[in-house]
Design a protein around this ligand. Structure first.
Ligand code: FE2
Length: 277
C-alpha cells in the first residue's frame, strides 16, 4: 500500500501539491470566466426572484446534474431582484456536468494521473459524477457549512470521493477548506434526497453536529489537489478578503456501489458516467 493511501485512510484526506500546472489552472479559470461571460443572468435571475422562488430554484438546481448551470451568491441580489455588483463577481458556482459537456473542463477532469490516483486510493471502478467550479469572490463569497459529501451523493456502501483543485491560492483569509482529520470513520449523520413534488429533504439519522475537535485548515497553493473521503466532515469559510479563491472540484463514485435513485443528482441515460482516463 502506498504512502498516499496510508495517509488518506488515516486522515480522510490527502494534500498533493503541484498536482496540476499553473498553466492548466489558468486555462480552467479563463474558461470558467468565459462561460460566465456568455451566461445571460436574466435566465437565472428570474429563477431566483420570482414569486414561486422555491419551486423554480429547486427545479433549476435539480435539473443541473447533466447541465452547465450558474448559481448566484446568496447576497448577490437587491430586494428588487437586480444584481448588487457585476455578474462575474456575483456567481457562487457553475455546476454540475462541465466535466462531460465542456471540452476544456473535460480535458482537466480526465487524465491518466487522476485515474491512477483513484485506483491507488482503492476505487475499483471510479466514475466521475459531478463537477463544480467555485468562485468564492472577494467579500461576497459565502461559506460552505460543515458537511460530508456522502450526505449529498449517497451510495451503498459509501464511495463518493472529492477531488478538490485549488485554481488560485486558498488561505485562511480567503476561505480555504477546513477538515477534521480522522473523522471520516464516523457514518454520515444525514441524507439529502428528492421527495415527491419536485423538492428535497434531509433524512436525519443523528441530529448531533459532527465533532470539530482537531479541525485543521487546509491551505493550498494554486495547483494543489486535495482528495476528500466521502465521510470526512469539511467546510470552508466566507471570503472577507480582497482576493478571490477559485477552486474546481469533481466528485467520483465507485461503479461497484449502488447509487440511490432518489439522490438529488440524476443524469439522462444519454449521458452515461465515465471514468477518469
Ligand atoms: Fe463537500
Amino acid at each position: 500500500m502506498g504512502k498516499g493511501r496510508d495517509a488518506f485512510e488515516r486522515d480522510g484526506f490527502l494534500v498533493l501539491e503541484s498536482f496540476v500546472s499553473p498553466g492548466a489552472c489558468d486555462e480552467l479559470r479563463l474558461r470558467a470566466e468565459e462561460l460566465v461571460g456568455a451566461f445571460d443572468p436574466a435566465e437565472a435571475v428570474s429563477v431566483f426572484s420570482t414569486h414561486e422562488q422555491t419551486r423554480t430554484s429547486d427545479e433549476y438546481f435539480l435539473e443541473s446534474g447533466d447541465q452547465i448551470r450558474f448559481f448566484f451568491e446568496e447576497d448577490a441580489f437587491r430586494p428588487d431582484g437586480s444584481l448588487r455588483q457585476a455578474k462575474g463577481l456575483s456567481i457562487n458556482k457553475i455546476g454540475h456536468a462541465m466535466h462531460d459537456l465542456d471540452p476544456v473542463f473535460a480535458r482537466f477532469s480526465h487524465s491518466p494521473d487522476l485515474a491512477a490516483l483513484a485506483t491507488e486510493l482503492g476505487m475499483r471502478q471510479p466514475l466521475v459524477l459531478q463537477s463544480m467550479y467555485i468562485f468564492k469572490s472577494p467579500h461576497i463569497g459565502g461559506e460552505v457549512t460543515l458537511h460530508v459529501d456522502q450526505t449529498f451523493l449517497w451510495t451503498d456502501p459509501p464511495s463518493v470521493t472529492g477531488f478538490w483543485f485549488a485554481i488560485q491560492d486558498a488561505t485562511t483569509e480567503n476561505g480555504c477548506m477546513w477538515a477534521v482529520p480522522g473523522a471520516h470513520r464516523l457514518p454520515a449523520r444525514q441524507r439529502f434526497h428528492r421527495v415527491q413534488g419536485g423538492s428535497t429533504a434531509f433524512e436525519v439519522f443523528d441530529p448531533e453536529p459532527y465533532p470539530l475537535d482537531g479541525e485543521v485548515p487546509l491551505e493550498a497553493a494554486a495547483g494543489t489537489l486535495i482528495v476528500l473521503h466521502g465521510q470526512l466532515p469539511h467546510r470552508s469559510g466566507p471570503n472577507h478578503s480582497d482576493r478571490s479563491r477559485h477552486a474546481y472540484t469533481v466528485h467520483a463514485i465507485d461503479g461497484t456501489a449502488h447509487y440511490r435513485a432518489d439522490n438529488w443528482l440524476q443524469r439522462r441515460p444519454e449521458l452515461p458516467l465515465r471514468g477518469f482516463a
